[in-house]
Design a protein around this ligand. Structure first.
Ligand code: 5GP
Ligand code: MN
Length: 735
C-alpha cells in the first residue's frame, strides 16, 4: 500500500498521462482542409489543428462569371421577395423555390455528393455555394425520406457554420478592420477590397483579437477589446434533463420571427447590427448607395442561418447525454449555495464531474456556442473524472472538482457575475474549475518538494501540483476524442488557455496572501480597474476553499476527508523520515482549533475581498446583475436563504451605472428605498456569511470540548503515572 503510494507520487505526469505529444493536425470530417480556391491558408491552422472557421466570409463576389450554383444561391438568399414567415414553414418556401428551378439544376441536385470530407473552408465564397446547393439537395432527399441522419447532421452543421460566418459590417469604411492577421486573410482581402465591402469577424461576441480582460472595473472603456455588447443579460439554458419533448418542440417554434430571436440564439452583435440597420440614423450616415450591402439580403442570410442552426440543434440535441432520474433529482438543486455534491455522487455512479460538467456547460450555452460535440464532452469529462480518482484521495478527488465547479456556478449566476463575462470567459472559468486539481496526488506541494518527486523536479518546486493539473488536463484535450476545444478559433483557444492557466495557477495556496493583498489594494483606488483574469482567479480560489462556508454537515464531511488525506501524508512522511507537515500528524493535530484558524485567517478574509470585488465590478451593471435570480430555471431554493446577509434586492443603480457604456435593459429600475440622493451600495447575496459564523461557532464549542477532553485525558494519564510511581516509592521505603 505504502509502496504503491510512493510509486504514484514519484511518477511523472508523462508517465501518468502517457499520451502522444505529436502535434498532428486534426482532421475534421465536416470541414475542409483543401479548397478549390486558394484561400485555404494558415488561417485554418489553429490550436494546433485545422481551423474550422476563420469567421470571414465574403457575401459579395468578384465580378466575372458566376457559376450556376452561385446564381442560384444569390436568387435564393439575396432575393428581395419576401420569404414566408417561418411559421408557414421555411421548408416549404425553399421547396417551392426549388420547384421553380430549371431542370438542369434539378439534375445537378441528383448528382451531388453529400459527403463532407472535402468541403471548402466555411469562410469562403465557395462554401456559400456548396452549403446552399447541399441544403436544396437535403430537402429533396428529406422529402423522399432517403437521407441518412449522419449525412443530414454533417451537412446542416456545415451550412450553419457557413451562415454564421456571414457578416457585413456597414460601419467600416476603410476596410482597416478587414483582417487582424494579414497573412491569414490574403485570399479574402483581395476579394473584399475589390468589392469595397468591409467584412469583419463578429462571431459569438468574441472579437477576433484576444481581449485584454481589463478596463475600469473591467468595463468597456473604448480602449480595450471588451465591447459594450459583452454586458448583456444572460439567460441560462434549460438543463438537458428538464426538457420534455413537447418543450423541445415549443422551444424550437417559439422564436420563429427574427424580431423575437432570443438573445442566445444569435450573437449579440448580429442583433445589434440588425437593430441599428433598421434605424433612420444609420441610413443617413450611409455613404453612396452603391456601397451599401443589400440589407435585406443579409437579413435573409441571417434568417436562413438561424433556421439552419435551429434544425441542426434539433438534430444534434437527440445526441445529448442522458441523465439518470436520481441524478436529475439532485441536479435540481444545482444553483443552491449549499448544494450536496455527496448526494450527487451517490446518485450518479460516483461520476459527479461528468454530470455537473455536462449540465453546467450546457446551461451556460457553451456546448452550443463553441460547438462542443456531445460525445467528445462526455469522453473528456470521463477522462477528467478518472484522473481525479487515480490516487484514491479522500479529499482531492472528483467530488471536490464537482463541488468547486458547482460553487463557481453559484457565484456566476447568483451574483450576476456571468453578465460581466464573455462566453469565452465563462467557458474558461467552468473548465478551470473542473480541471483545477486534476490528478492531485493527495499530497501537498511541500511534500513534493521535500520528497523531491518527479513532478517537483519537472516544475522546479514552483506551484508543482497546479502546474501539473493544468498541463495534464491540456494533454487530455489533445486527444481527438476529448478535444472539447476543437471548434475554437486559434485566438479563442489562446485566450481560453491563458485564462485557465492564470486561474488554476492562482489556486496555489502560497499565492493566497499576495493575491488578497493585491486585490484589496486595487479596490481601494478611486477607479479600480479589475482585470478579468485576476477577478476570475480570485473567484476560483475562493470557491476552492469554500467548504467551511457551506452548511455544517457538508463542511464537516469535507474537513474529515481533508484531515484523513493530511494524515495519510503524515504517515508517509514518517515512513520517509521527513518531518511532519502541519496538520499531518494524526496523533497531534488540533482539528477544531485549526479549522477556526483556517476560517478566520483564510476563508473569511478571502470571501470578504471577493464579495467587495464582485460588488464593485458588478455595480455598473447592477440592474442586469440583479436579475440573476430569474436565471434559475431549476431552482428556487436560493431565495429561501433569507437569513443571509442580504441587501441584494435593491435595484439601486450606483453612480457608475449611468455610464454610457452600460446597456441596461431595465430602464425603469428605481431604488426600492426611494432614497435617490444617497444610493445604497450595490450588494450581492452572501449565503456564506451565516454559514461561516455558524461553523465557527460549532468549531469553537468543539474546541472547548476537545480541550476538556484533553485535560481529562492528561489528568487521567497523570493519575495513572502517579499510581504506577507510588508502588515504586513504597518499595523503596520498605527497603
Ligand atoms: P486545493 O488543494 O484544493 O487546490 O487548495 C485548497 C487548499 O486549502 C487545500 O490544499 C488545503 O491546504 C486548504 N484547505 C481547504 N480546506 C481546508 C480546511 O478545511 N482546513 C484547512 N486547514 N485547510 C484547508
Ligand atoms: Mn482544490
Amino acid at each position: 500500500m505504502r509502496e504503491s503510494a510512493k510509486l504514484e507520487i514519484a511518477s511523472t505526469p508523462e508517465n501518468i498521462i502517457n499520451k502522444t505529444d505529436s502535434i498532428a493536425l486534426r482532421d475534421i470530417s465536416t470541414e475542409s482542409t483543401s479548397s478549390s480556391t486558394n484561400v485555404q491558408t494558415e488561417a485554418q491552422s489553429k490550436n494546433g489543428q485545422i481551423s474550422k472557421e476563420s469567421g470571414l466570409t465574403i457575401v459579395r463576389r468578384l465580378s466575372g462569371k458566376k457559376s450556376q450554383q452561385q446564381s442560384e444561391l444569390e436568387q435564393y438568399i439575396c432575393s428581395d421577395s419576401q420569404p414566408p414567415s417561418v411559421t408557414t414553414g421555411y421548408c416549404s418556401y425553399l421547396e417551392n423555390r426549388l420547384k421553380m428551378q430549371p431542370t438542369s439544376l434539378n439534375d445537378d441536385l441528383e448528382r451531388i455528393d453529400l459527403t463532407t470530407e472535402n468541403l471548402p473552408a466555411v469562410d469562403t465564397p465557395d462554401a456559400c455555394d456548396k452549403a446552399a446547393i447541399r441544403l436544396r439537395c437535403l430537402l429533396r432527399q428529406l422529402q423522399r425520406g432517403e437521407i441518412s441522419a449522419e449525412l443530414l447532421q454533417k451537412n446542416l452543421h456545415y451550412a450553419a457554420r457557413v451562415l454564421e460566418a456571414v457578416f457585413i459590417d456597414e460601419t467600416n469604411d476603410d476596410g482597416s478592420r478587414l483582417s487582424t492577421e494579414p497573412s491569414e486573410r490574403d485570399g479574402h482581402n483581395k476579394l473584399k477590397k475589390s468589392n469595397s465591402i468591409a467584412v469583419t469577424e463578429h462571431r459569438r461576441g468574441v472579437p477576433s483579437t484576444p481581449q485584454t480582460h481589463s478596463g475600469p472595473t473591467g468595463l468597456p472603456d473604448g480602449k480595450n477589446a471588451v465591447g459594450k455588447s459583452f454586458i448583456q443579460r444572460r439567460r441560462l439554458r434549460q438543463p438537458v434533463w428538464a426538457r420534455s419533448s413537447s418543450q423541445k418542440k415549443r422551444l424550437a417554434d417559439e422564436d420563429d420571427e427574427l424580431s423575437e430571436v432570443q438573445p442566445d440564439a444569435v450573437p449579440p452583435e448580429v442583433r445589434e447590427w440588425l437593430a441599428s440597420t433598421f434605424t433612420r440614423q444609420l441610413a443617413t450616415t450611409r455613404k453612396k448607395s452603391d456601397e451599401k450591402p443589400k440589407f435585406r439580403s443579409v437579413a435573409h442570410a441571417i434568417r436562413a442561418g438561424i433556421f439552419v442552426d435551429r434544425i441542426y440543434r434539433r438534430v444534434s440535441s437527440t445526441a445529448l447525454m442522458q441523465f439518470p432520474p436520481e441524478v436529475v433529482k439532485v441536479l435540481k438543486h444545482l444553483d443552491e449555495w449549499s448544494f450536496d455534491v455527496f448526494a450527487l455522487a451517490d446518485s450518479g455512479n460516483c461520476m459527479p464531474v461528468k454530470y455537473i460538467g455536462y449540465d453546467l456547460l450546457n446551461r451556460y450555452g457553451m456546448i452550443h456556442k463553441f460547438k462542443v460535440p456531445s460525445a467528445t464532452l462526455e469522453t473528456f469529462l470521463s477522462r477528467i473524472e478518472e484522473g481525479y480518482c487515480r490516487f484514491r484521495n479522500p479529499y482531492h478527488n472528483n467530488l471536490h472538482a464537482a463541488d468547486v465547479a458547482q460553487t463557481v456556478h453559484h457565484v456566476l449566476c447568483q451574483t450576476g457575475l456571468m453578465h460581466w463575462l464573455t462566453d469565452l470567459e465563462i467557458f474558461a472559468t467552468l473548465v478551470a474549475a473542473l480541471i483545477h486539481d486534476y490528478e492531485h496526488t493527495g499530497t501537498t506541494n511541500n511534500f513534493h518538494v521535500q520528497s523531491g518527486s518527479d513532478t517537483a523536479m519537472l516544475y522546479n518546486d514552483r506551484a508543482v501540483l497546479e502546474n501539473h493539473h493544468i498541463s495534464a488536463a491540456f494533454r487530455v484535450l489533445k486527444d481527438d476524442d476529448c478535444n472539447i476545444l476543437q471548434n475554437l478559433s486559434r485566438d479563442e483557444y489562446r485566450e481560453l488557455r491563458t485564462l485557465i492557466i492564470d486561474m488554476v495557477l492562482a489556486t496555489d495556496m502560497s499565492f493566497h496572501f499576495q493575491q488578497l493583498k493585491n486585490m484589496k489594494n486595487l479596490l481601494t483606488l478611486a477607479e479600480p480597474s479589475v482585470d478579468k483574469s485576476k477577478a476570475l482567479s480570485l473567484v476560483l480560489h475562493c470557491c476552492d476553499i469554500s467548504h467551511p462556508a457551506k452548511k455544517w454537515d457538508l463542511h464537516h464531511k469535507w474537513t474529515m476527508l481533508l484531515l484523513e488525506e493530511f494524515f495519510r501524508q503524515g504517515d508517509l512522511e514518517r515512513e520517509l523520515g521527513l518531518p511532519f507537515s502541519p496538520l499531518c500528524d494524526r496523533n497531534n493535530t488540533l482539528v477544531a482549533e485549526s479549522q477556526i484558524g483556517f476560517i478566520e485567517f483564510i476563508v473569511e478574509p478571502s470571501m470578504a475581498v471577493c464579495s467587495d470585488m464582485l460588488e464593485i465590478i458588478l455595480a455598473p451593471i447592477a440592474p442586469i446583475a440583479n436579475s440573476n435570480n430569474n436565471n434559475s430555471l431549476s431552482n428556487k431554493a436560493i431565495s429561501s436563504s433569507s437569513n443571509d446577509e442580504v441587501a441584494a434586492n435593491t435595484l439601486n443603480v450606483p453612480k457608475e451605472a449611468s455610464s454610457e457604456a452600460i446597456v441596461c435593459e431595465k430602464k425603469d429600475d428605481k431604488p426600492m428605498s426611494g432614497d435617490v440622493e444617497k444610493p445604497t451600495r450595490f450588494k450581492i447575496k452572501k449565503p456564506w456569511v451565516t454559514c461561516l459564523l455558524e461553523n465557527k461557532k460549532i468549531w469553537k464549542e468543539q474546541a472547548v470540548k476537545d480541550a476538556e477532553a484533553r485535560a481529562l485525558a492528561a489528568a487521567e494519564q497523570e493519575n495513572e503515572k502517579k499510581s504506577l510511581e507510588i508502588p515504586a516509592v513504597e518499595t523503596k521505603v520498605e527497603e
